[in-house]
Design a protein around this ligand. Structure first.
Ligand code: AGP
Length: 593
């Protein structure tokens, strides 16, 4: 949450800062701001709303500054106003700061800084004031002392008037990358923000400090001692994100699912032979599956599949709950953490909890080098490529593929193993076929439901875990209120909300439970519900709409069934005129608790 960029070099800073913010806007889009340094004078430009609000005023400013920092915000402390937008300046204008993270002891520090006139409600503003209170000491020393006063998480981009063309940075718990190119040095929350000039990158570790001039980078540990860090080669082409001819990233990412599956599964199949190539415990007592949001829904599917196939007891947990429920987890357990970004604060905290309890932690992560990827003992990567739309699609589909592969690793019955392995290898083509055949019916269905106020999703077993995801997709991008229930559960209360014409989206793909699901469908129809079904059946009597999908191995059906649900959400959101890639109030990386 929140994106930061910085630059110092030979070029004008403003174009890189603006372009970088645009690429990081997925991290938050409540407000945006820039600080440019010209011989120790800071020029600040901040706006509530999207990064685009900065474009014209920044162009008008036509600043020749070659050093600057910038920020796009997801509001935590204080509403998304211009006053609360970053950068934040110290009273004597000696320090200016952009921040991603949360300063947990901000209230206490504000009390301590009683003589300071705060200009914002943010937690961040304590940082420039604390730096200024250090007096005229070496900026690195000021930063060492200030970091020691902070609690929580931070990635900081800092300018200091005493050293006008130097960029300072530091982090703890929030990602921060330094880039080096022929034209200068760069700072960013994510590789995506770097431009083609960057050839080498460095990832800051907790407590580290970076000092960047136009042609040098120097790193210090949390005590201010110089350290050696090895850089990594960077290829801008590989990081470039482009939605091609698509109107939205989400739609292009839905279509990239077969590729995401191919790339993810390829790592586990060598010459047709399956292996996870990692040191997993032979027979864990229990497998915990822990994540947030869609990644949690992938875990629910994972539990059904692992338990049925590998006969190992599984427990799913929402990461924000796991941490505070005194989990009975120990060294004979496997703890699997699923995260696209690898940054989700609650999931990361859960990793630490599991590690502290001796469990073997496994990260299913899409962003290599992310905090969760670094802290888990074993990594099973998803290879979905950069996902830009806030609503996840291709990363979710790759997460399912890794969870299936984990189940396959533990299955003992060779007949079952062969059948499942074959289904996995066919999965990219099967998903492609569903994509090719369900767009039009999903659009037709969207036309029927987009004006509704509420919708209910129902399904049993793996159909239930899939409707959890279908319902989240619909509400997060279209703002149409929806809830997902196990099909048999609706009549225990929620069915009282079903009236004439209420859309009920029923998933009927789980073959062994079809008669039960069909009975539940009839129950809601009898109360006037307009039933829209996604099913392997050719038709469902009296349904208002039916999307038929092909059959595959029952345990990988969720990967096929979720596709029409993604397309349905996309088209409903489009018909409702929503900002599909950047739904209100959300951000792609949730780095706060
Ligand atoms: C779903 O579309 C989401 N945007 C959200 O639920 C997401 O899956 C969740 O925040 C977890 O993120 P992560 O995978 O990056 O940890």
């Amino acid at each position: 949450m929140c994106g930061i960029v910085g630059y110092t070099g030979d070029k004008r800073a403003a174009p890189f800062l603006l372009g970088g913010l645009e690429k990081l806007e997925y991290r938050g889009y409540d407000s945006a701001g820039v600080a440019l340094s010209e011989e120790g004078n800071f020029q600040l430009l901040r706006r509530a709303g999207r990064v685009t609000q900065l474009k014209t005023p920044l162009e008008k400013l036509n600043s020749a500054a070659v050093t600057g920092i910038a920020h796009t915000r997801w509001a935590t402390h204080g509403p998304p106003t211009e006053e609360n937008a970053h950068p934040h300046l110290s009273e004597k204008k000696q320090w200016v700061v952009v921040h991603n993270g949360i300063i947990e002891n901000a209230e206490e520090l504000r009390r301590e800084l009683a003589d300071v006139k705060f200009k914002s409600e943010t937690d961040t503003e304590v940082i420039p004031h604390l730096l200024e209170k250090q007096g005229e000491i070496n900026p690195v020393e000021a930063l060492v002392n200030t970091q020691k006063r902070l609690e929580g998480a931070w990635a900081l981009g800092i300018l200091c008037a005493a050293m006008p063309d130097t960029l300072f940075c530091a982090c703890k718990g929030s990602p921060l990358l330094v880039g080096v190119g022929a034209g200068g040095t760069y700072l960013a929350s994510d590789y995506a923000a770097f431009d083609e000039d960057v050839t080498t990158t460095y990832r800051l570790c907790d407590g580290e400090i970076g000092v960047l001039t136009k042609n040098t980078v120097c790193f210090y540990n949390c005590d201010g001692d110089i350290i050696d860090k090895s850089g990594e080669k960077f290829s801008w082409k590989e990081q470039r994100i482009d939605k091609g001819d698509y109107e939205h990233f989400m739609r292009s990412e839905i279509d990239q699912q077969p590729l995401a599956l191919r790339q993810t599964l390829a790592q586990f199949f060598t010459d047709g032979a399956f292996s996870l190539s990692c040191e997993l415990p032979e027979k864990p007592r229990k497998i915990w599956l822990i994540a947030c949001g869609s990644a949690y829904h992938a875990c629910v599917t994972g539990k059904y599949v692992i338990e049925e196939l590998a006969k190992i007891p599984c427990e799913t947990a929402v990461a924000s709950e796991f941490r505070y429920c005194y989990p009975l987890i120990g060294d004979s357990d496997l703890a699997v953490f699923v995260s696209q970004s690898g940054e989700t604060a609650d999931t990361l905290a859960a990793v630490r909890e599991a590690n502290a309890n001796g469990a073997v932690s496994v990260g299913i992560v899409n962003v290599p080098g992310s905090a969760i990827a670094r802290e888990c003992r074993i990594i099973l990567p998803t290879k979905a490529g950069t996902e830009v739309a806030v609503a996840t699609t291709k990363a979710y589909c790759a997460q399912l593929a890794v969870l299936y592969s984990l189940a396959l690793h533990y299955v003992t019955d060779s007949k079952q193993k062969n059948a499942f392995q074959q289904a996995l290898r066919r999965l990219p083509e099967d998903v492609q076929q569903v994509l090719d055949t369900t767009e039009k019916p999903a659009m037709d269905m969207a036309r029927e439901i987009y004006e509704a106020e509420h919708a209910y999703f129902i399904g049993r077993n793996l159909d239930f875990s899939t409707v959890l995801e279908g319902s989240l997709k619909l509400k997060e991008i279209s703002y149409l209120h929806s809830e997902a229930y196990p099909a048999g559960e609706l009549k225990h209360g929620t069915i009282s909300l079903v009236e004439e014409g209420t859309p009920v989206i029923a998933l009927a793909c789980c073959e062994r439970l079809l008669p039960k699901t069909l009975a539940n469908i009839r129950e809601v129809m009898a109360r006037g519900a307009a039933v829209f079904a996604v099913t392997t059946l050719d038709d469902i009597e009296d349904a208002r709409g039916v999307i038929t999908i092909r059959k595959t191995h029952p345990l990988v059906m969720p990967s096929l069934a979720v596709v029409p649900l993604q397309l349905l959400s996309y088209h409903v959101a489009r018909l409702r005129g929503c900002d599909i890639d950047k739904p209100r109030n959300l951000a792609k990386s949730v780095t706060v608790e």
